[in-house]
Write a protein that binds this ligand. Structure first.
Ligand code: SF4
Length: 419
């Protein structure tokens, strides 16, 4: 409901519940992009959608269109509190410890309907991890839950102001009490954070985590706990077995997270024809189509390939991430998306590179194996991830052209870049 101005016009973000979208919802978004936007749909690295190029005069019509399709909050005040990330395989993965979708639905409903939670920062974000093989564990969240077995009983462990992969949990409760624990911590946070609550990390910079947890109405076990186990690397392309016998989720992705509205419409039709009419967006800017009979997966992939979508992580573009760049962002020093398309052709192999228009690095939550940081149109500083070096890592070249950067990257060993 809050369309922000960008270099290329209004930018509208659609927060989807846990990245889930119905085929009908996808068709409504595609139509919105064609009628009110620039005709393209982008997938964000929080598994949401965004439309760009919205003219001021069209904003109210766009919002009405999306609300009529059931794609908005129940009230304007509830729009910002819906930052909830799940695995795109929630409820589907046979190896997961729990299905987070019922908890997610209850939590979203409570956040939307209880006005006291509308005071949370628009950036306040929660992740519910069910232990799925496919999960984004490097995104920073204000609160997160992850499954933990204690004395043979399934619990959920709570983390605060961290990414799941980067800090151990601080408390745990039996899985059935996860919702009560989250709400109690949210209430405590709001009480401690004052009239303009920011992010959890800001509060915990001045208070120990115990201040958040001591005396809550929900009894929890305290750590130390071990870190949550690592999982599969993105970008989640290919076939993912489901717990539903004979079915798979098929992962595809538009290059650099952006596709024509007509491609989203076609994916919606494929989800209806070959799946169960659902789409799951991924935090790696891709789409899973679940509940596809294993025998139909090849057909779906062939149709997706005909739409120009990426099918496998061996494809050079599948390994590249680029922010909006100078075509849409006033901070950008280069047209990162156009340059990434060019770079993919120069590399000719899948090398994981993040092209960023400025040091904010919006497109990638963790430091990439290789980063190209724009310094001027078509020129980049190149860094290789190195735990002993700050920021993007060890500098390898300054103000490189794309050809120079491609040559440097090709000379690096694959194991160095893909650790
Ligand atoms: S990383 Fe910088 S240039 Fe790129 S979209 Fe974000 S703010 Fe803009």
């Amino acid at each position: 409901m809050r369309i922000v101005e960008a270099r290329d016009g209004g930018l509208c973000r659609l927060k989807l519940p846990g990245g889930a979208l119905t085929a009908a919802g996808a068709q409504a978004v595609a139509e919105a992009a064609r009628r009110f936007g620039n005709g393209a749909v982008e997938i964000t690295n929080r598994a949401n959608l965004q439309l760009r190029g919205i003219a001021k005069a069209q904003q109210a019509s766009l919002i009405d269109h999306l609300l009529a399709a059931g794609l908005g909050p129940p009230s304007a005040a509830a729009d910002d509190v819906r930052n909830l990330m799940l695995s795109p395989m929630a409820g589907l993965d046979p190896t997961a410890a729990l299905d987070t979708r019922p908890l997610a639905a209850s939590l979203l409903q409570t956040l939307e309907q209880q006005p006291r939670f509308h005071a949370l920062s628009p950036k306040f974000a929660i992740q519910l991890d069910g232990g799925e093989a496919l999960a984004e564990l490097h995104h920073h969240h204000d609160l997160w839950l992850s499954p933990l077995w204690l004395a043979g009983e399934l619990h959920v462990a709570l983390g605060c102001a961290s990414a799941i992969a980067e800090a151990p949990p601080v408390a745990a409760v039996p899985a059935s009490e996860g919702m009560a624990l989250l709400l109690a911590v949210l209430d405590r946070f709001l009480a401690l954070a004052g009239p303009a609550p920011g992010r959890m990390r800001e509060l915990l910079a001045s208070l120990p985590a115990a201040a958040l947890l001591d005396g809550l109405p929900v009894a929890s076990q305290r750590g130390p706990f071990t870190a949550v186990p690592a999982r599969m690397s993105p970008p989640a392309l290919g076939l993912h077995p489901q717990r539903q016998a004979g079915e798979v989720a098929v992962g595809v992705a538009p290059a650099l997270g952006r596709m024509p509205a007509d491609s989203l419409s076609a994916l919606a039709r494929l989800a209806l024809d070959l799946g169960d009419g659902q789409l799951r967006l991924t935090p790696w800017q891709g789409v899973l189509i679940p509940h596809v009979a294993r025998g139909n997966a090849g057909l779906l992939q062939a149709e997706a390939q005909a739409l120009g979508l990426l099918l496998g992580s061996h494809e050079p573009l599948a390994a590249l991430v680029a922010c909006t760049g100078s075509a849409g962002c006033g901070r950008a020093l280069a047209d990162t998306k156009a340059d990434a398309l060019h770079l993919a052709g120069l590399l000719g192999q899948a090398i994981p590179v993040h092209l960023s228009g400025c040091p904010r690095a919006c497109a990638q939550p963790r430091v990439a194996p290789a980063t190209l940081l724009a310094v001027s149109p078509g020129r980049y500083d190149l860094f290789l991830r190195d735990a002993s070096a700050p920021g993007f890592g060890r500098p390898l070249g300054r103000a490189l052209t794309l050809q120079e950067a491609a040559a440097q990257l090709a000379a690096c060993s694959w194991s160095t870049l893909n650790d």
